[in-house]
Design a protein around this ligand. Structure first.
Ligand code: FDA
Length: 304
């Protein structure tokens, strides 16, 4: 119920405009967002690198409806790739197709993302195409496959364990050796497309994760769910799988204790570091995942 409420709020444009412009909103967003500027994000990446944690930088923005805005979003990614190379950071980037003009047209979005992937290939870096709502799934996979064929190893995408189609999509991407980040899924989807029960989503996640870590294609296991993390640790040990054959991925500001503990145990960890002034939809999805965060935020707000 609360999950649906926050997911619905995440796409409310008037509320988004109001929140993103208010000083209070920016302050509260700090819980999950590394800052408003490229420099703040790079600082956060350097701090995480110093703790043995790799990073994926996300310049926040989605649902772009003007070509100039999509081009401006891409320019930030080009700047990021250059700055990562100059600073020698262990960081790649994550992009959303709807930020690159998908709502205007898939051809535009593909052209813009291709420019970013080409830049990443030239700087020995990597672009992850995030997965959005199910209306985009097929187009996202098509684009990721085509870009992977043009720039092998410089691009990968995300699959969501809550979607019923994901077992097939996993085999499809593995056949082409496209790198996959596995997550549970953060959007509101109908029962015809997604498992409605958390237990089924978790079962699907565990099955897919085991398939991925034994596939021979490097993959990202993106979850904060300690039960799943423990299951994978046991599976890796029992099957003598190299700990470096995959990486755990977690979100900035979420389960920092678990992030550090896994690094100490010799696992690879990558933290997704979002930044920028368009933090609102991302932030609302984080509240949807764990409504207790609202209480946490309120307590900290009144304490400061
Ligand atoms: P689950 O939601 O079951 O939570 C398990 C436990 O983790 C909770 O009990 C709590 O302890 C902790 N936790 C989870 N979320 C928390 C939060 N917001 N605040 C505090 N604690 C929290 N989704 C998508 O649809 N497309 C995408 O491209 C991506 N990309 C992505 C990248 C990375 C690196 C991560 C970690 C996640 C994503 N996601 C995503 C989001 C993902 O689909 C999912 O919504 C969240 O990761 C929450 O699911 P968990 O697997 O953490 O488990």
């Amino acid at each position: 119920m609360l999950r649906s409420f926050f997911i619905a709020l995440s796409s409310n444009r008037p509320f988004r405009r109001f929140a993103e412009r208010s000083a209070l909103g920016r302050r509260v967003s700090r819980r999950f967002v590394a800052g408003m500027t490229v420099e703040e994000a790079l600082d956060a990446a350097a701090r995480l690198n110093a703790e043995g944690i790799d990073v994926s930088l996300d310049s926040l923005g989605e649902g772009v409806r003007e070509v100039a805005q999509a081009e401006a979003s891409a320019a930030v990614y080009h700047q990021l790739l250059d700055r990562i190379a100059t600073l020698g950071l262990r960081a790649n980037v994550s992009v959303k197709l709807s930020q690159m003009g998908m709502e205007i047209g898939p051809t535009l979005a593909e052209r813009i993302v291709a420019g970013i992937v080409q830049h990443a290939a030239q700087t020995q870096n990597f672009v992850r195409i995030d997965m959005e709502g199910s209306g985009y799934t097929e187009m996202t996979l098509d684009i990721a496959e085509r870009l992977h064929a043009r720039f092998p190893g410089a691009v990968g995408t995300v699959l969501q364990a809550y979607l019923r189609r994901t077992a097939d999509d996993t085999e499809r991407l593995l056949r082409g050796r496209v790198r996959i980040r596995l997550c549970k899924g953060a959007y509101k989807e109908p029962e015809t497309l997604a498992f409605p029960r958390k237990a089924d989503v978790d079962d699907s996640y565990m099955r897919l994760m085991k398939r991925l870590v034994t596939s021979g294609v490097f993959c990202g296991i993106a979850t904060h769910d300690e039960r799943i993390v423990d299951e994978l640790r046991a599976f890796v040990t029992a099957n003598d799988i190299d700990k470096r054959a995959f990486e755990f991925q977690m979100l900035y500001g979420v389960r920092r204790d678990l992030q550090r503990s896994l690094v100490r145990q010799g696992y690879r960890m990558r933290v997704y570091v979002p930044f920028g002034t368009e933090w609102y939809p991302y932030f609302m999805r984080r509240l949807a995942e764990r409504p207790a965060n609202v209480l946490f935020l309120a307590k900290n707000f009144f304490r400061t």
